[in-house]
Design a protein around this ligand. Sequence first.
Ligand SMILES: Cc1ncc(COP(=O)(O)O)c(C=O)c1O
Length: 865
Amino acid sequence: MSDPKALDTLERRHRDEAKAEAARMPFDHPRPLNWRLPPDGHFEQSQAWLDRLYAGDRVPREKKPMVLDHLRCFGPWMVSVDEPPASVLDGMSQTATVAGGFSPDPVVRAYVEGDLSDGVLRSVDPAFDAHPAAQAFADLLRAQVPGLPTVSFAASGAEANEKPLSPCHAQARPEQRRVLAFEGGFHGRTLLALHATANPKKRGPYELAGYEARFAPFPAWSAPTWPGPEADDALLEAAAHGGLRALAEAHPVDPEQTWAEGGEPLLGLELRALVAVEEILEAGEVFACIVEPMQAEGGDRYATPRFFQTLRVLTRAYGVPLVFDEVQTGLGLGGPFAWHRSFHLRTPEGAPDGPDAVTFAKRAQLGVCLSRFEDPDPGSAQLASVARGLVHAQMVLDPAYAERAREVEAVARERLSALADRFPELVTHPRGRGFALAFDLPSPEHLSRYLAQRFWRGVVVFGAGQRTVRYRLTPAFGADDLERLFEAVEGSLAWLAEHPGEAPPAWQETLAPPPPAPRSPAVRRVGPEEADEVVQRMVALEAEIYEPARREDPEVLRAQVGLADAVLVVAEETPGDLSTLLGFALGVPLESVGDRPGPDRDPMLGKENTLYSVSITVAARAQGRGIGAALKRAQLAEAARLRHPDGRPRYTFCTGRNRVGHTGAMTRLNRRFGACALFVLEGQYGETEGRALYYRQPVRPVPLPTSERSGDGVGLDPAGELAMGVQRPLVRPPKSLRAEAEAGLLMGPVVDKITLCNYVTPAIVRAVEWVSALIPDLPHLYLTSGRDEVFDKALRVCRTHRPEAQVVLRLSGSYFGHVSAAARSASDPGLLTPGLRPFFEWPAVPHPATTTPEAFEGALCAAVE
Ligand SMILES: Cc1ncc(COP(=O)(O)O)c(C=O)c1O
């Protein structure tokens, strides 16, 4: 039992911490947008949070050393809660999850404008709530992957993979209880997905007899270039009519070989793999074949379109459905929205063909399954993740996205091949496609020594397979960031070359600390009483700096300075003496400039919550002294202070324009202070070529916008509510969650998905601490992505302690979920939607409430025996 007093104390502590976090704003805690590393490698505050997380060994000690700060992470920069913050390039984009870097503009905009609000406060299964975002996302996906009309959402990649396996199994013969998968493949940690995962260390401890998957070799293509070799008609004919063995005999390969660059050796590997597939299919035990278009966790192993085309024809010949697991590759990792589409699957007759199902997750922000099968029960997923996934998918479909993927690939290929030339003893098989790049080191020891340098080199990188270094980038990596990333790659390799066999130091100073910020003169807000003089000085300053088209009309300036709720801050050489004016920042209510380009398209126009920054001007002689930054900061801070007469905050946002190509420093400064770019204005500054970026910055925490469906579950069908099972308690938002939403604390977590197996935030630590305090009798705690994963995780925990156990004993009348094979199999078949079938054959006993104690005991003993 928890001690109520201790719970009260903990609650107060958590509330105070959250309050302090809500009070932080980007203008006083700017995003670093640069490297910042703790001088001695000691992430002090992060470590304190991690100590709280790990207390009592409740959570395995496997998180990375940085506890993330939602407020300051931006683009490719991952930033910790330390003070001063640690800031590194996230070369893994949290393992291919943030498709546009941290806080991408379209997602921030969607949060602020209310498009992500539904489902944040209450957990509603979209199966019960056909939401417009779910429909729009499904339509978008169907258009990208033609031929797969059914779209289902799930909570994770593993759940997404379980989804199509369910109908494949339901239509199979009773003896078909196995999945066909590939050596090196990874499909997730729920029980059936895990059975199809090749790594015996991950899979072995949880495998159940009779359900073991069958694995075929994967013909890895070590020098992928696109479009890559395609199958000829003879090969496809052979796959369709049993001629593969003869072809394979004509292309013998060394049994030890797993890679080939191309040519005949690669074809030989492919034929060997295809013959192995055929032998497995012939045995008649498999009900589905699952394959990644590029094996990610297995070591960034590619295969040719030729192989996949032939695999499709072969699986069709045996009537076994083919599932592409695009959990990691999907939504533009390699450039194309769906990676497998570049394989141009076809029939031997030349008609276009496709897989029977495709799964996405990671960049999709939740699990997605597209399939040709009907889905009798398509839930369950988090509605806010569906809406965010839609914004990500739209972002990825912007033609500029694929263009950037091509540019990054070109740079990466050139740089990686130069590194392979420079370090021939270390770097082999440099390869990449779009935002995925990788190379191999000679051994697992080399890999761990390479990875051990990552934090002090300031670039996050993970390994894959046994000895593969891989990176996952996004368009948020600009040219400078790519340059820095390759400098870190080169530095790490040079260190390995110079220290053969040695372990790298735990920490080393490699990056110079940033130069101290220049001391700018004090700035102050000027009131209407000084309006006449200040306007005169401002006009003079503008005349000194700007070409006529960019100067404000003096009369307009005078009127603006006199507006109620205008914010004018000035920098003076001698404080209080306007005759020594060095610069000014003028902001006015958005509504007062509502007819200007930019404000006229701003959805906040009329909401009276936005300050429009008309001008930030610094005298030529005073530039380079940090005055622009001081003025901008003061503008935001002053805007934050103003109130409506009824006491409500006057401003939540500040907007403005930055001239594209001319004001790089100012644009960057605005980004540091939390700017989100909304749109580009064309034909500005009296020039056809003149373009301006219209941005928005928060000056106060941004509460979660309220929406019809973010509230109390009004209008929810009570029957639907009951059928939600474990989601039911979260249908109505708890008070504490609402308070956090109103305090703006949910903006970070709604905008950026954090991969909790690697990173945590203070809010996550508090949540873990709170749950443990409520249930002290169960000291170990795991976080999962959703309902069915919870069940599967619990099962795996039990199996760890009973490694010889083979069955789950279920009680009639129970329901644990229907997405994962395990949850479905432990549930009463009578409670599953018609069309769903249990997967594992597990015995049932009557629920004790429905029978006598003696009968229950008898049934239990019989089942156990
Ligand atoms: C190809 C592939 N499938 C499935 C998964 C499992 O996804 P999740 O961790 O979201 O369950 C992963 C995760 O890395 C993956 O790379």
